[in-house]
Ligand binder design. Structure first.
Ligand code: SF4
Ligand code: SF4
Ligand code: SF4
Length: 155
């Protein structure tokens, strides 16, 4: 898990407000929540003295900015998943949305499942249903807590 302090250390720390936020720490939190982009800190991009910090920040945030990460920060490591389905039946939203499938220990049948196993590997299919999605997010961890092989993580 990347901390806001780690991100902050790679920002200019001048609190210039050009990113639209009052402090660099607020911007660090915004970057982690993906409400802000690195490019919103224009001093970091435009001033040569911040070149190393910019490179460090891009490297630190690469997992969050990668195409593999969903909007909730969920990353699935398919090479670690063996398709046991624990996460699918442990997800409270899957259970609530799918009384005839997941809720009775079967594969999802409702078409609204967040997680489902396909070809032996779990997939995130309806990320917008996840309790971590959107401004009212709840830090649910039922899927990662029940995975025996750490194939799911939130970054
Ligand atoms: S623009 Fe960059 S340096 Fe200025 S307050 Fe925002 S994060 Fe800090
Ligand atoms: S975080 Fe919670 S709601 Fe989201 S997929 Fe995992 S178990 Fe389901
Ligand atoms: S992610 Fe983990 S819990 Fe889910 S199917 Fe794969 S191995 Fe099982």
């Amino acid at each position: 898990m990347i901390s806001a302090m780690e991100v902050y250390q790679l920002l200019p720390k001048t609190n210039c407000k050009r990113c639209g936020l009052p402090t660099c720490m607020a911007f660090a939190v915004g970057l982690l929540g993906r409400e802000k982009k690195i490019e919103d800190c224009t001093p970091l991009l435009e001033e040569a003295k911040y070149e190393k910090k910019l490179a460090g920040l891009r490297e630190l945030l690469a997992p969050i900015l990668s195409a593999d990460a969903t909007e909730t920060g969920m990353v699935i490591h398919p090479e670690k998943c063996y398709g046991c389905g624990n996460c699918v039946v442990a997800c409270p939203v899957n259970v609530a949305n799918d009384p005839k499938g997941t809720a009775i220990g079967r594969g999802p049948v409702s078409g609204k499942a967040i997680l489902m196993v396909e070809d032996g590997v779990v997939k995130c299919v309806h990320v917008d249903e996840c309790r971590r999605f959107g401004p009212e997010k709840v830090l649910c961890n039922a899927c990662i807590a029940t995975c025996p092989s750490k194939a799911i993580e939130f970054i």
